[in-house]
Every structure is written in C-alpha cells, then in structure tokens.
Design a protein around this ligand. Structure first.
Ligand code: SF4
Length: 455
C-alpha cells in the first residue's frame, strides 16, 4: 500500500507537524473546532460534560434531548463505584417532534420529579444537548423549581451543541460541580489534606492512588469525580491542596477553587513509574512541616518499583527497538506515555491528543524524537497513514482506534475511558507494560500481517 496516496484532509495541515531539526518552527494550530467530515471525537460538547460527571455515583444524570444523545454516551466510562451505581443508568427525556415544536420543559420537570421520587438521589445533573440550544428550553428555571420542591441540588449542565468543542463540555461540567463545592461542612478535615481532581476511577484506579496518599498520612477529602459522592464534593473546599490529573478537564475547577477558596493546585500524572513517583513527591513537598509524609512517599516508591522491576526488565528486553503511535484524549497523558514507553525500550513515532493546548504542544515538540509526527484532533484516515508510514508496532488510543490498529495488523493498547484494567499507579505501569508486550509480541500477527507491505 502506498501510504503517500492517503492524503491529509484539506484544512488539516496546520494541526499536523513532523519534528525536524532543519524544519521550520511552526506552532501547531489547536483550540479550534473540528473540521467537518473528519470524524473527529472533539465535536460533541455534551459528551465532554458527560464523561467528566459520569462517575458521580449517587446522583442521577438526565440527558435532556433526543434519545440518540443518551445512547451515544450510555455507560460511557469504565468508572467503578464502591457503593451506589446510579451513574450507570442513562436517563433521557427522549425529546420528540412535538416537544421540539412546543418545548420540552414540562417533560423535563415530570421526568425529574418521577426519577427523584423513585431513586432518592443526593443530587441531579441535567445535561443540555444540541437541540436544547436550538429550542431554548429554560432548564435553569426547571432545575430551580425542582431543587426547591425536592430539597436536593439540581444542577443544569450547559453543554448545548454549537457552542464549541468537547473542552467546552469539560468547562460546563466544572461549572456544575462548582455549584456544589462550598455547600457542605468542613468539620474533621485535616491540614494535611487534598482533593484528587481528574481521576475517574477507571477499573478502580482512584482507589489505588488514594491508598498511596493515605499511606503517606494525607487525607483525601474528595475524588472528582471517580467513585464520586455528592457530600464529599460539597465539603471539598476544606482541603488544603487540589491535585489535578487530566488537566484538560479539571483545571477550570481547580482555578475556580483557588480563586474562591484560596486552595492551590498542582498538575500530576499517575501513569508510568516516573510520573507516579513525582505525583507523590510533589504532594509531600507541599507539607514540609511534616517530614514523615515525604519519608513515607519514598518508602512507597522504593517498595513498589522493587516489586515490579524484574518483570519490567523482561518486557523491556523483548520490546526494545519497537515503535509506538499514541493518540489519546489529554496531552498530559501523552507526555506520561512517552516516558512510560521509553521505560520499556520503545520509541514514539506519532503523538497526538484530542484536547491539547498550545503549551502542551510546545512541550510535546520538546519531548519527542526527531521525525515524530505530532497531531491535534486527529481522525482515522490520518492515524492510518502515519501508523503505516512510520512503521509503528503499536497504536495506543481509545475504543474507536482499536479497529484501525487491528485492520492495519498492528498491536493495540486501550488507554481511554473504556478500559477494564487499571493502568495508573505502579501496578498500572506493570499492567501497561504487560499489555503492550502481549499485544506487540502476539503470535496472531503471523496470521494477520501488517498492511502496507511492511514486515
Ligand atoms: S446531537 Fe449534539 S449533543 Fe447529541 S450526541 Fe450529537 S453532537 Fe452530541
């Protein structure tokens, strides 16, 4: 297959960059709406808000719009709960033609009342979809009325379509959470306390991270939103520090909490030994008057790495020299994955994200090797082209990228929100290396040879 025949879509040139020593210094275009017809994942504002709020497990989530929007995001994350599981239900007002003509407020009101009576949730999130932006339902008024009648917080999530990208959905979700923060009691919260932001408890990852911090002697007030609870979010303004992973989705909330409650925040990543260790050290360093927190962090890092190191060396021996292509949601995750892949001897030939900003792409350019292709808001055609051209042995992406990898005859690792194996923490790095090893070295590739005539 001549991959040069696979052309970039017209209009995408500014969002694709190949790192070259002697190449021009170009700033990657980002923070823009997706190109029509490119089948990008950035386009749905509502989806952005839904993925952020989804793991709040003791609230009901009502999608105000046609049933298709709810079906598209039904049980969208592998976020697990240690208690209630209301988040896994997908309620929709299922708007029909007559509702579009005459408005859907009455239907929303009836749905809310019925669901609150039946499930007795701690709160309700009401998501606006594209059609609500068109017909102009006043969901604020409905939420206010129901909140007053039922005595629970009912939050509108303004994620109507036509207002931007998935990132605007993240902001809408943060705005809804901010309505809860500061409404609970902060009694019993220690000076040595944090909130974990941007950790969604996929396959139990928030539990792993929480345990590390608690072993260090740091109290975790709220995780937002993994295994999330409304009462924890309401009292989260009592924490001393916000620790933000998935910065694309949660920095808005962290900044607002800093402004309103004076809580500083730091950005971290829990993927890979290097970044995971740094996440513990960075938190410990902010509590200098209690040095035993840092001592404990060092002990955890030492013990955990010692546990997994021998097998990691075996994976590295097999994978050294292999190449990977990365296309994931947040750019911060891309940084971590580059480092994690280097730990197992692999290089990165394609690196991209759905939601990176200018600073992220500048950093990515610095981190990447010569010849690496960097993409913003990519699509299946581009990914196929570069996976083949760069002779990648592995594609790391989400569930929508999986068929691309398998059709091209290369290994795949799911690093998006549908995965069922924890990839965060020290154990997560081990799981990641094992999955990469098993996928890249699988004997199945002799029966499904790589496309493009490459060996
Ligand atoms: S109609 Fe709008 S809100 Fe619904 S899934 Fe499509 S883009 Fe998202």
């Amino acid at each position: 297959m001549d991959t040069h025949n696979i052309a970039l879509l017209e209009g995408r040139e500014g969002q694709v960059y190949e790192k070259r020593q002697d190449g021009p210094e170009v700033e990657i275009a980002c923070d823009k709406t997706s190109l029509s017809g490119s089948v990008s994942q950035r386009a749905c504002v509502f989806c952005g808000s839904r993925v952020v709020l989804y793991p709040v497990a003791d609230a009901i989530h009502i999608v105000h719009g046609p049933i298709g929007c709810a079906a598209y995001t039904w049980d969208i994350r592998g976020a697990v709960s240690s208690g209630p599981e209301l988040h896994r239900l997908s309620f929709s007002t299922d708007l029909q033609e007559m509702d579009v003509i005459y408005g859907g407020e009455k239907k929303l009101y009836r749905s809310l009342v019925e669901l609150i009576d039946q499930y007795e949730p701690k709160a309700a999130f009401i998501y606006s979809t594209c059609i609500i932006g068109l017909i102009g339902d006043d969901i604020e008024a409905v939420c206010r009325k129901v909140a007053k009648e039922k005595g629970i917080p009912v939050m509108p999530v303004h994620s109507e379509g036509f207002k931007g990208t998935k990132k605007d959905g993240y902001k809408a979700a943060c705005n809804a959470l901010m309505k809860l923060v500061g409404t609970g009691s902060t009694e019993g919260i220690s000076k040595y306390s944090i909130n974990i932001l941007g950790e969604f408890n996929l396959a139990g990852e928030a539990w792993i991270i929480r345990e590390y911090y608690e072993k260090m002697g740091v109290q975790v007030v709220a995780t937002m939103t993994g295994d999330g609870r409304i009462d924890d979010i309401r009292r989260s303004h009592g924490a001393t520090l916000n620790v933000v992973q998935c910065s694309g989705s949660m920095t808005t909330l962290a900044k607002e909490m800093e402004e309103k409650y004076g809580i500083p925040y730091i950005r971290v990543s829990y993927f890979g030994f290097e970044d995971m260790s740094k996440s513990l050290y960075d938190v410990a360093a902010l509590f200098p008057d209690r040095p035993e927190i840092m001592d404990k962090a060092k002990e955890i890092v030492r013990d955990e790495i010692r546990k997994y190191y021998p097998e990691m060396q075996q994976f590295k021996a097999a994978l050294t020299g292999r190449k990977a292509a990365i296309y994931v949601g947040g750019a911060f995750k891309t940084f971590s994955l580059i480092k994690a892949l280097r730990t197992v001897g692999m290089s990165v030939v394609l690196a991209g994200s759905q939601t990176g900003n200018k600073d992220d792409y500048r950093r990515l350019k610095e981190m990447c090797d010569e010849g690496t292709v960097i993409v913003d808001d990519s699509n299946p055609v581009e990914l196929s082209k570069f996976v083949l051209e760069k002779e990648a042995d592995l594609l790391i992406g989400g569930v929508k990228e999986r068929p691309i990898a398998f059709k091209l005859g290369v290994g795949f690792c799911d690093h998006n929100h549908e995965r069922k194996i924890p990839l965060a923490g020290f154990v997560g790095m081990y799981n990641f290396a094992k999955e990469v090893y098993e996928s890249v070295m699988s004997p199945v590739w002799q029966f499904a040879p790589r496309k493009g005539g490459l060996k």
